[in-house]
Ligand binder design. Structure first.
Ligand SMILES: [Zn+2]
Length: 142
C-alpha cells in the first residue's frame, strides 16, 4: 500500500506515515522522514520558545507555584522539603530521595492520591496546554 508524501513528493509504503485520525485515510500527509527532518530543523526553535515561554510567563508560573503551596498539607510540605533537599544533593542522594519518595507513598497512600489530584495533574495539564498554545502562536507568526 503506497501513499505519496505531500512534502517530499515520494511514493512510500503506508507504514512510513504516522497516524492522524482526523485525516480521511487516518494517516498524516507527510512521511516519517519529513516529520523527523522538521523536528530536527526546529529543535532549537522549539527550545527557544520553551525558554521564552518560561521567561514571559514567569510570574504566572510562580503564581501557580504559590497556589500549589497553599493547598498542601503540613505533611506534604514536609515531604516536599525533605525530598527536594535530598534530590538536589550528589548522585547517590538521588537514590536516597527515591527511597524516601517510595516509602512516603506507601505510608501516605490516601494523602498521596489527594496530593496528585490537587497538585500535579491540573498544573501539568494547564501548563502543557498553555505551552502548546504559545508555541503554535509563535510558529504561525513566521
Ligand atoms: Zn516526505
Amino acid at each position: 500500500m503506497l501513499k505519496i508524501c505531500k512534502k517530499c513528493g515520494e511514493e512510500l509504503d503506508k507504514s512510513m506515515f504516522n497516524k492522524k485520525l482526523t485525516n480521511k485515510d487516518n494517516l498524516r500527509c507527510e512521511c516519517k522522514n519529513c516529520q523527523k527532518k522538521y523536528r530536527q530543523e526546529n529543535k532549537e526553535r522549539f527550545a527557544q520558545y520553551s525558554k521564552e515561554y518560561r521567561e514571559t510567563n514567569r510570574e504566572y508560573i510562580r503564581g501557580k507555584d504559590r497556589d500549589r503551596i497553599h493547598i498542601l498539607t503540613d505533611t506534604e510540605k514536609e515531604y516536599q522539603k525533605e525530598y527536594q533537599k535530598e534530590y538536589r544533593k550528589e548522585k547517590e542522594h538521588k537514590e536516597i530521595a527515591k527511597e524516601y519518595n517510595k516509602k512516603w507513598n506507601e505510608e501516605n497512600r490516601e494523602e498521596r492520591t489527594r496530593y496528585m489530584k490537587a497538585y500535579r495533574i491540573p498544573y501539568k495539564v494547564e501548563h502543557i496546554i498553555a505551552m502548546k498554545k504559545w508555541k503554535e502562536s509563535k510558529l504561525n507568526e513566521k
